[in-house]
Design a protein around this ligand. Structure first.
Ligand code: ATP
Ligand code: MG
Ligand code: MG
Length: 380
């Protein structure tokens, strides 16, 4: 009846705590507030700032092992936690994934391809990056970006200064804009005995910088899916990962696999596993953290996941709960602010029977796009 400590009170911590409970563990969440999504379902909560040494110490001393649902805990905090309890994934893994410069440098060092990029610290390095990459490119803060926040597209020299001004003086990376054919992700878990498990490749669609839809399996050739999974495996091994990691990738039009970023925690694009797999990404994560064996990541169904974002999607909640075939998951957040992830819905299909674009959207019932959008989609 070990106690799993989870840093972060968001929905990923909530769903991790629910998986932990199913395996007979208790979870203790470090959250900003007692009513945070994770705190609502855990056995105990420490409320406080994630960079306050006294808070971190109190939290660590109450648990047996520590993990995260949030990767931006400051380095000193990580060190303190690691002195007190086993921490999975390790501080080393978190540090790399907190910083786009370190992340890209690491990925290249293990032979994983990323989009061409340059570090930008001032106007001079900005100019050199623009010359080297050409337009368009993307400027991103090296740290603390999410849901597309902390980045600007630069389409030509005229927009260079404004983009820099908007993000500076933070350190930045400039990345070539990838003309990708598809965005995919792979959830990879690695256990304490070194076993690596990859879920099937997920196809992702974003809207306004926020994940909107994920489908599994991604509609790509088996050889390309194998390449994407092999890339995720290589990263997990290269990091000496214990736990789960989401690897976001671009599939180029020529079949190249470029890694966009990694997240050493359960990932939004892995939520379809909750209903399409006997062992979902949260269970796989908790098993790794607790030192249990990692089962085969079997997928018994094809699946579509749709995020419920902000007040517009939540206005449909009464219809969602009444629609056949929709499996709703709600995170217990009180306020449906614009752009806020409130929950998600999964829809299952028989294995091998994932419909085309039109069928997928139709299966989402009240969440299907307006007809105007539907007719612009390719027919099945
Ligand atoms: P999150 O952590 O929520 O996934 P983020 O703020 O860290 O998002 P990224 O994942 O880097 O941001 O970028 C968000 C989205 O912007 C990507 O999923 C992709 O659709 C697009 N994007 C980012 N970088 C590039 C690129 N180099 N070329 C083309 N599209 C990109
Ligand atoms: Mg990110
Ligand atoms: Mg991303």
């Amino acid at each position: 009846n070990a106690v799993i400590g989870i840093v972060g009170g968001g929905q990923l911590g909530r769903m991790s705590a629910m998986a932990a409970a199913r395996l007979g563990f208790r979870s203790h969440i470090l959250a900003h507030g007692p009513d945070d999504p994770g705190a609502q379902v855990s056995h105990a909560v420490t409320v406080g700032a994630y960079n306050d040494p006294a808070v971190l110490r109190r939290f660590a001393e109450a648990v047996d092992v520590i993990t995260f649902e949030f990767e931006n805990i400051p380095a000193e905090g990580l060190d303190l936690l690691s002195e007190l309890r086993p921490v999975h994934p390790s501080g080393h893994v978190l540090r790399i994934s907190q910083d786009r410069e370190q992340e890209k440098t690491f990925l290249e060092s293990i032979g994983v391809d990323v989009a061409p990029w340059r570090l930008v610290t001032d106007r001079e390095s900005l100019g050199k990056a623009a010359d080297a990459l050409g337009y368009p490119f993307i400027l991103k803060t090296t740290r603390l970006g999410y849901d597309g926040k902390g980045q600007r597209r630069v389409t030509g020299a005229a927009g260079l200064e404004a983009a820099f001004e908007a993000l500076a003086p933070k350190p930045l990376v400039a990345e070539a804009l990838v003309d990708f054919g598809m965005e995919v992700s792979v959830m990879v878990a690695r256990g304490q005995d070194g076993t690596v498990r990859c879920f099937d490749v997920t196809e992702n669609r974003h809207r306004d910088g926020i994940l909107d839809l994920s489908f599994a399996p991604a509609r790509i050739e088996p050889a390309l899916a194998a390449k994407a999974r092999e890339t995720a495996r290589r990263i997990a091994v290269g990091l000496d990962l214990i736990g789960i990691l989401g690897v976001e990738m671009f599939i180029g039009r020529g079949g190249e696999v470029l890694v966009n970023e990694i997240a050493p925690r359960p990932h939004n694009s892995g939520h379809w596993t909750m209903d399409a797999c006997p062992f979902d990404q949260f269970e796989m994560h908790i098993r790794a953290v607790a030192g249990l064996p990692l089962p085969e990541p079997v997928r018994h169904s094809d699946a579509v996941m749709k995020n419920l974002v902000g007040p517009d999607d939540m206005a449909l909640w009464p219809e969602i709960t009444g629609a056949p075939g929709l499996i709703p998951h709600l995170y217990g957040k009180r306020e449906a602010r614009k752009g806020r992830k409130m929950g998600h819905v999964n829809v299952l299909f028989a294995r091998g029977a994932l419909p085309g674009e039109f069928g997928m959207r139709a299966a989402l019932g009240p969440l299907a796009e307006p007809v105007a959008d539907l007719v612009s989609c390719k027919a099945d």
